[in-house]
Write a protein that binds this ligand. Structure first.
Ligand code: NAD
Ligand code: TYD
Length: 343
């Protein structure tokens, strides 16, 4: 197979590229990435010289960049490219519309024109809005009810995928996953932000009281789910990807503090995220039943391995935190409550 992975320099895209090159010795990968603040070619330094891998810098929202990356054609497109951070979407939604909606449309047009055999849209459970307790679950049929500009943009892209399948029979599959965690995640998301702040001796900002909860999937389990969906998924279908491992932000904070030998004095309770979804909980039964996938990594084990990775890879995250992230932090975080009208 020849696969176009978009957003392959980001967290999950880079992990997936390495997973495929190792598992399938005859597969070729083209990585199309715009290299936004979240794109980092260092994530791929160990495979950059692999003859079965090519990097193309470009924007999924530009048809000419997509055409250049696809060349004569590919067997599949896996669309990881997106603006992904809820807090950034609250401060400035524009780029989210461009990439997550228009970019998805541009890729769908390439598939409709016959340039790719199929497309797998990587999306999020956040399109469903929120659940109120850990027993309530999102199924594939749950109505979209997004809360943030991020989740609304992802919902827009996902709905274009369903519309293209219904209208043109464009071969596309949509996935809705719970929260990812693992090595190489940009240190603006909860787990890597807290781990790296603690390693730097800084405080960790818990929004509200930390009682909101998320469901978590380790990188390797998500790669295996996409592998199953790419090869055995039914075109036009939607698959939820979940683990039923649900933890409140406070529970995660405690676990990270323990792993790093720190105490609760490091916590700083800050104003809550506007429109903050209380909980995400995914029903993954369809994927497990129909494609035989199941998650393997227990949250406590995956979290320990992740924290260990951040401990051992200071150079990776220190470069990020002293560069673009520092500028973002100074501009938006230092006076976050004022910017978000929380004061
Ligand atoms: P990330 O933010 O780490 O990386 C995104 C990548 O996309 C970066 O390399 C960036 O340069 C690239 N990119 C952004 N705009 C682009 C454009 N216009 N053209 C080409 N490349 C562009 O993302 P991630 O956390 O690995 O998430 C990957 C995908 O998974 C996203 O679609 C996201 O919505 C989805 N998802 C993420 C989570 C999560 O917990 N992180 C959960 C469910 C679904
Ligand atoms: P995040 O990693 O941004 O993922 P998402 O909002 O897409 O699920 O946040 C995960 C949870 O952690 C969410 O409930 C918000 C909370 N959070 C904090 O309490 N403090 C922080 O600094 C961040 C980034 C997140």
């Amino acid at each position: 197979m020849k696969i176009l992975v978009t957003g392959g320099a980001g967290f999950m895209g880079s992990n997936f590229i390495k997973y495929v090159l190792e598992k399938y010795p005859d597969y070729e990968i083209i990585n199309l990435d715009k290299l936004t603040y979240a794109g980092n070619l260092e994530n791929l330094s160990d495979i950059e010289k692999n003859p079965r891998y090519i990097f193309v810098r470009g924007d999924i929202a530009k048809a000419e960049d997509v055409a250049k990356a696809i060349g004569a054609g590919v067997d599949a497109i896996i669309n990881y490219a997106a603006e992904t951070h809820v807090d950034r979407s609250i401060l400035d939604p524009r780029a989210f519309l461009d990439t997550d909606i228009y970019g998805t449309y541009t890729l769908l047009e390439a598939v409709r024109a016959g340039k790719a055999g199929r497309m797998v849209q990587i999306s999020t459970d956040e399109v469903f809005g929120m659940v109120h307790d850990r027993e309530e679950e999102f199924t594939e049929e749950t109505r979209f009810d997004p809360s943030s500009p991020y989740s609304a943009s992802k919902a827009g892209g996902d709905l274009m995928c369903s519309a293209y399948f219904r209208t043109y029979r464009t071969p596309v599959i949509v996935t809705h996953s719970c929260n990812f965690y693992g090595p190489n995640q940009y240190p603006e998301k909860l787990i890597p932000l807290f781990a790296t702040n603690l390693l730097e001796g800084k405080k960790i900002p818990v929004y509200g009281q930390g009682d909101q909860f998320r469901e978590w999937i380790f990188v390797s389990d998500h790669c295996q789910a996409i592998d199953a969906i790419l090869h055995r998924g039914v075109l036009g279908e939607v698959y939820n990807i979940g683990t039923r491992q649900r933890k409140s932000n406070f529970e995660i904070t405690e676990l990270i503090l323990n792993l790093l030998g720190k105490d609760e004095d490091q916590i700083e309770y800050v104003g809550d995220r506007p429109g903050h979804d209380f909980g995400y909980a995914v029903n993954p039964d369809k994927l497990m039943r129909e494609l035989g996938w199941k998650p393997e990594v227990d949250f406590a084990e995956g979290l320990a391995a992740t924290i260990e990775w951040y401990k051992n890879n200071e150079a990776w995250w220190k470069k990020i935190k002293s560069g673009e992230y520092q500028k973002y932090f100074e501009k938006n975080y230092a006076n976050r409550e004022e910017l978000l009208n929380l004061k």
